[in-house]
Each structure stands twice: as structure tokens, then as C-alpha cells.
Design a protein around this ligand. Structure first.
Ligand code: SAH
Length: 461
């Protein structure tokens, strides 16, 4: 299969989007499967809205759908391999349905672009994260060759669309797209394009509308969410504006970039009741030399000071992080410094990764991926174990206390007595399981009586 690059046609879908049974859809059903970060979850909701407006029907099962779209992640090689495996598996469905269309959306489509169909030969269409308005048109075309649309567009903010959100208690709201940081290991700026902030008026009106639909919690999204700047409105002021929305109980945001964490934002967090006392603050490494070669723009001490300020201003704040081990040139000493920082800061939890070289990044082009797979694996296992202990100790501090928990639904696993349980989140973003049956989207007071490193267990007060 070869690839056909689409001719550039701007604004082609504007009229079509206004129609609820546009010509492209003809009620064809679409199943969307999402990989990667929360921004992808939010983007899938946008894609759902674009397709629905154009007359496609969103299906909840791959097996029934005429079109299957995988919204993908390119941050690590493993994420791409999973999608390639999934495409091969889905391809088997063509035996019963020869007209099935399989598409790859998002960061991996952008990252692999021309080489995608060599790696995933069963793909019919591929589309990057700034092209979704053109998706109905792409799906309406027929071609023996795979179709590709991966133009990045700095002015694409997807304004005017109402995402089709999954039912739940939390609504994701994208406030800034793209990334300008260019950390040497990271593919995000290349696949999501330049940073652009969405008009605060649009953000507030989206939030008013999700709150009126019944969502109690909103999470603001961006690759560097606190770098938000629209005209003279910065992130702190945005938080203050959003907090005025009547009925909004919980406001979260992810992920902030340490360098852009201003005192003003910390003040806003502490003043505004709806802003939850929890923050995901990626540190990546505890080694000065590694932070420099990652071009993170802060020192270990800067990070430490930021954590101190957060904890001094919001005393019970939960802090989680991302850590990469085995980045280019990471010595045993660098690694020990990361462990030391983890012990010192005591993060509530951490996402931990082995470095994965990504074609297109500065590290891929100019640095050597010189830590062996074996060492990367050993170091990863070491920090996972270390963090488990720390998370357990952190969770034990919650024992005996009572917290308002926003119930999300039934827990996947039943209790030891075989009975169903419910789960939800504390303001600190700790998953909490209770034996009582409580309707989703209610906030109840729970006293914590047991915990593991991942979960709190308690009872209704
Ligand atoms: N904007 C976020 C990053 C988003 S990607 C930031 O603050 O940097 C989510 C996480 O994936 C990153 O925080 C990092 O820990 C991890 N990651 C990114 N690129 C990676 C790579 N090449 N190999 C391994 N992990 C990576």
C-alpha cells in the first residue's frame, strides 16, 4: 500500500459541520479507541463531535463499526508497537466486513507519517492532531492507497465544537494545545505543534455548559497547562475566572511545567475552594547533569524550592510526578541522585519510564542512547519498588481521617465477600473504595480505615 498526500484545502468542512446529517456520514458507524494521555481522551471526544455532526454514528464496539479509529500516542516506542499490534488484530475483521476502514489518528500518525503504512500496512487513513476538522472529508474519499493528512496548524484550536463526552464525573477541557519546550527527549512539540492558548471566554463557557450537564469536576488539560497565556490572561487569572462558575465543585489541571509555576498560581490554588489540593509535577530526574541534558530549564534546587512553596502554601497538597530512567549518559551516580530526590520529596505517586529514543528529537539526533536495556530495566524496577514504599507511607497518613469522595461508579473488583463495591476520588486524587452502594457523581464523606500503596479503603460516614 502506498501513501497519498492530500491536496491542501482549507476550511472545507465549515458548512458540513453545521449539518446533523451531512453528506459524508450516511449513518456509517465509527468506533474510536484511545491510547496515551488525557489530551488524547479529550481529542477523541472532539473527533466524536466532528463525526457526529457530519452524520456518522458513534459506536461503542469495534466489532459493529464500519470505521475503526485508533487515537494514538508517540511518546514511547512501546505505545506505537501496541497500536501496530492492534491494527493487525483489527485487520482480521475485514474477513467479514471487506468495507471496513481502519484509521490512525493523533501523535503516532504525525510522528511516523510517510513510513506509517510500511509499519502498519493495513491502515486506510492517517491523520495528525491538527487535522480533525477534515476527517469527515477524508473518510468520504475512496482510494486503494492509504490517505494521509498530517498538516500541523498553529491556529487550530477546535473552537466552536462541543466534544461528545463520555458519561462520568470529570469533564476534560483542553485549554492549551501544543508545546514549545523542546525537552531533548520528547516528541510532543514535533507531533502536537506549537503552543497555543484557547480564549478564556470559550473555556469558561465550555465549563458552564459541562457543569449545567451535571459534571461536578473539571480537569484543565495541556502539555504544559500552566504556560497558558491568552492576550493578557495568564493561568492564575484563568483559574480565578473558572472558579466563579456556579456549581463547579472540583477543579484540577494537568500537567504543569515546573518552570512556569508562578507564585500567583500557587496563591490562586490556595485561595480558590474548588481547586483540588493535588498536583502532577513531572520532575524527570534528580540529577543536575541529566536535567541539563534533558533541557528541562530548572535545577534540582529550583524543583525543591517549588515543592516547598507548594507545601507551605497548601499544606496537605498531594504531589505526583513523572520520572525517566536510562536517559542518554545517565550514570549510576545520576540514578542514585534520582532515588535520593524521590526519598527526599516523597511523591504521592509517580509514573516511571525507561527512556525510549524517539526519532526527530534532539536526543535522537545528537546524543547517544548509551544505557543498556538491561540497566534501564533494573533501574526502573528499583524506582518502582522505592515509590511503592513511599506511596504506601503517604497513604497511611490518610488512615482514620474523613474525606469528601466524589463517587465515580462501581469498582472493577468485588470485595472479599463477593459483593460489589464503589470507588471515587478524594480531593487529593486518591482512589478510594467503599463497600456501600452510592450513585455515581455524588460526593460523600468517607473515613479511611485501610490502604495499599495505590488505594484507600473506607466506609461511609
Ligand atoms: N508535558 C509533559 C510531558 C508529557 S509526556 C512534561 O512536563 O514534560 C508524559 C511523560 O512521558 C513525560 O513527563 C515523561 O516522563 C515521559 N516521556 C516523554 N518522552 C519520553 C521518552 N522519550 N522516553 C521515555 N519517557 C518519556
Amino acid at each position: 500500500m502506498t501513501l497519498e498526500l492530500l491536496p491542501i484545502v482549507e476550511n472545507i468542512d465549515s458548512q458540513v459541520l453545521e449539518s446533523s446529517d451531512g453528506p459524508q456520514g450516511h449513518n456509517r458507524s465509527v468506533y474510536i479507541e484511545t491510547y496515551g494521555c488525557q489530551m488524547n481522551v479529550a481529542d477523541s471526544e472532539l473527533v466524536g463531535s466532528i463525526l457526529n455532526e457530519a452524520g456518522f454514528v458513534i459506536s461503542s464496539r469495534a466489532e459493529n463499526a464500519d470505521i475503526i479509529l485508533l487515537n494514538t500516542c508517540a511518546v514511547r516506542e512501546h505505545a506505537e508497537e501496541r497500536v501496530i499490534g492492534r491494527v493487525a488484530q483489527l485487520n482480521a475483521l475485514r474477513a467479514q466486513r471487506p468495507n471496513l476502514t481502519i484509521g490512525i489518528l493523533g501523535c503516532m500518525a504525525q510522528h511516523l507519517s510517510e513510513t506509517l503504512t510500511e509499519r502498519a500496512p493495513f491502515v486506510d487513513i492517517a491523520m495528525g492532531p491538527d487535522s480533525y476538522r477534515r476527517l469527515p472529508n477524508l473518510l468520504a474519499q475512496s482510494s486503494d492507497d492509504a490517505l494521509l493528512d498530517v498538516r500541523l496548524n498553529k491556529s487550530e484550536n477546535y473552537i466552536g465544537l462541543t466534544p461528545i463526552r463520555r458519561e462520568g464525573t470529570n469533564a476534560w477541557v483542553t485549554i492549551i494545545r501544543g508545546c514549545d519546550k523542546f525537552c531533548t527527549f520528547c516528541i510532543v512539540p514535533y507531533v502536537r505543534g506549537r503552543e497555543r492558548s484557547i480564549d478564556p471566554i470559550d473555556i469558561v463557557s465550555q465549563i458552564e455548559s459541562v457543569v449545567s450537564e451535571g459534571y461536578k469536576e473539571v480537569t484543565l488539560l495541556g502539555q504544559t497547562v500552566n504556560s497558558y497565556k491568552h492576550m493578557n490572561v495568564g493561568f492564575a487569572q484563568l483559574l480565578r475566572e473558572i472558579a466563579k462558575v456556579n456549581g463547579l465543585e472540583r477543579l484540577r489541571f494537568t500537567s504543569p511545567y515546573p518552570v512556569d509555576f508562578s507564585d500567583d498560581v500557587i496563591m490562586a490554588m490556595s485561595e480558590l475552594n474548588c481547586v483540588c489540593p493535588s498536583i502532577h509535577l513531572p520532575v524527570q530526574s534528580g540529577s543536575e547533569a541529566q536535567l541539563r541534558s534533558m533541557r528541562r530549564g530548572y535545577t534540582v534546587d529550583d524543583f525543591r524550592r517549588l515543592v516547598d512553596k507548594l507545601r507551605n502554601t497548601i499544606p496537605d497538597i498531594a504531589i505526583s510526578t513523572d520520572i525517566i530512567t536510562g536517559f542518554c549518559g545517565e550514570t549510576e551516580k545520576d540514578f542514585r541522585e534520582t532515588c535520593k530526590l524521590m526519598e527526599e520529596i516523597q511523591f504521592d505517586f509517580a509514573f516511571m519510564f525507561k527512556y525510549s529514543a524517539r526519532e526527530g528529537t534532539f536526543a535522537f539526533k545528537k546524543m547517544t542512547d548509551d544505557v543498556t536495556e538491561e540497566i534501564k530495566g533494573q533501574r526502573l524496577q528499583h524506582i518502582i519498588k522505592l515509590q511503592e514504599q513511599i506511596s504506601l507511607e503517604k497513604n497511611m497518613k490518610f488512615l482514620g481521617n474523613t474525606y469528601p469522595v466524589l463517587i465515580e461508579g462501581k469498582s472493577k473488583r468485588k470485595g472479599k465477600d463477593g459483593k460489589e463495591r464503589c470507588f471515587g476520588k478524594t480531593p487529593h486524587n486518591k482512589t478510594t473504595v467503599i463497600p456501600e452502594s452510592v450513585p455515581a457523581n455524588t460526593i460523600v464523606n468517607i473515613t479511611v480505615d485501610r490502604c495499599t500503596s495505590h488505594t484507600l479503603y473506607g466506609r461511609l460516614n
